[in-house]
Design a protein around this ligand. Structure first.
Ligand code: APR
Length: 313
C-alpha cells in the first residue's frame, strides 16, 4: 500500500494527481483543497476516467479534511498562489509562506512520518521553510523545480538538434528562478556525444536562455503559471520515492557542505528513494559552473532571508 496526498487541487495539484494515476504506483491518493467541493469535483472527474485508462487507484477529494490524509507516505504541497504575467516566483513569498506553514503543520498532525515534496513558489525558500519550521530531518523534505527545468532544457535541446528528446541527457541545477537556475550545457549529451560539439555557441546560449525563461514564457502566454510539466515532474519524483527506485533527479535539498554551501535549500542532483532524498551527488563542476552555483546560492539565500526578516520562520 502506498498513499500520496496532494495539497492544492488547482492546475498543478490536479495535473500531478492525474499523472500519478497514469503512472499507476499508488494504492491511495488524497487530493485536498481549501475551496469547498473543488477537490471533490476534480477527483470525481478523474476517477471517471479509471475504466478507460484501467487504473485501480483509490482517489478521494476533500475540503480541508486533513484526517483523510492520515498515514500518507508522500505529501505534495502545491497550495499557493501561482505567478501572474511579469511576476517573478520570488514575489510570491509572503502569501505562500503562510499557506505552506499552515498546510505542512496540519499534514504532520496525521502523517508525522511523511516525506514532503514542495512545489509552491518560490520553491527553494518554501522547502527551507517546511524543513526549519517543522524541525524535520533534512532527508524528508525535497523541493521540485530542477526536474521541471531539466525537462524544459532537454526539450529545447531536442528542438535545436531536431532529434528525439529521449536521446538527450541533461540537467539543470541551482535555484528554481529565472535568473538562478543553471542549465549544465557542458554536461548535456546526445547519446553520449557532448551537445557543445553539435551546436554552435550561439545555439547553446539560446537553449540556455530559453530554458531559464521557460516558466515566464508560459506565464505570459497562458496568463498564469504552467501545470502539465510541473505536475508530471512532481509525480515522477513521488514515484521514485514510493517505489524506492533510487533514481537521480535534480532536487531542492538542504545542503550541509555539499557544493561548498551550508544552511540552504537549492537544486542539486540527488538520489530519491523510500526515505526521501538519500544523498546528494556532487558533479565535477568547472570554475565557471562553480561561480554560477555560488551566485545562485547567494540569490536563493537572500530570498530565504526574507522569511526571517518577515518573521515567517
Ligand atoms: N489549503 C489548501 N489549499 C489551498 C490553500 C490552503 N491553505 N490555499 C490555497 N489553496 C489552493 C487553492 O484553492 C487552489 O485550488 O491551492 C490551489 C492552487 O492552485 P492554482 O491557483 O491553480 O495554482 P497552480 O497553478 O496549481 O500553482 C500552485 O505551484 O508552480 C507553483 O507557482 C505555482 O505557487 C504556485 C503553486
Amino acid at each position: 500500500m502506498a498513499k500520496v496526498s496532494v495539497i492544492g487541487a488547482g492546475n498543478v495539484g490536479a495535473t500531478c494527481v492525474n499523472a500519478m494515476l497514469h503512472l499507476n504506483f499508488c494504492s491511495d491518493i488524497v487530493l485536498l483543497d481549501i475551496r469547498q467541493g473543488f477537490a471533490e469535483g476534480k477527483a470525481m472527474d478523474m476517477m471517471q476516467t479509471s475504466k478507460i485508462y484501467q487504473f485501480n487507484t483509490r482517489l478521494v477529494g476533500v475540503t480541508n479534511d486533513y484526517k483523510a490524509t492520515a498515514n500518507s507516505d508522500v505529501v505534495i504541497v502545491t497550495s499557493g498562489m501561482p505567478r501572474k504575467p511579469g511576476m517573478t516566483r520570488e514575489e510570491l513569498i509572503g502569501v505562500n509562506a503562510k499557506i505552506v506553514s499552515d498546510v505542512t503543520a496540519n499534514v504532520l498532525k496525521y502523517s508525522p512520518n511523511c516525506i514532503f515534496e514542495i512545489i509552491a513558489n518560490p520553491m527553494d525558500p518554501m522547502t527551507y521553510l517546511t524543513l526549519k519550521k517543522n524541525k524535520l530531518s533534512k532527508h524528508r523534505v525535497v523541493g521540485m523545480g530542477g526536474l521541471l527545468d531539466t525537462s524544459r532544457f532537454t526539450y529545447y535541446l531536442s528542438r535545436a538538434l531536431d532529434v528525439p528528446v529521449s536521446d538527450i541527457e541533461g540537467m539543470v541545477i541551482g535555484g528554481h528562478g529565472d535568473k538562478t537556475m543553471i542549465p549544465l550545457i557542458r554536461m548535456a549529451t546526445y547519446k553520449g556525444i557532448p551537445i557543445t560539439s553539435l551546436l554552435t555557441n550561439d545555439e547553446c546560449n539560446k537553449v540556455v536562455a530559453d530554458t531559464m525563461i521557460g516558466g515566464a514564457t508560459l506565464t505570459k502566454l497562458i496568463g498564469t503559471s504552467a501545470w502539465y510539466a510541473p505536475g508530471v515532474s512532481a509525480a515522477t519524483m513521488a514515484k521514485s520515492i514510493i517505489q524506492d527506485d533510487r533514481k537521480m533527479f535534480p532536487c531542492c535539498c538542504y545542503l550541509e557542505g555539499e557544493y561548498d554551501q551550508k544552511d540552504i535549500c537549492i537544486g542539486v542532483p540527488a538520489i530519491l528513494g523510500k526515505d526521501g532524498w538519500e544523498k546528494v551527488i556532487e558533479f565535477d563542476l568547472n570554475a565557471e559552473e562553480k561561480k554560477l552555483f555560488a551566485a545562485s546560492a547567494d540569490a536563493t539565500r537572500s530570498t530565504a532571508k526574507i522569511l526571517y526578516d518577515q518573521k515567517l520562520i
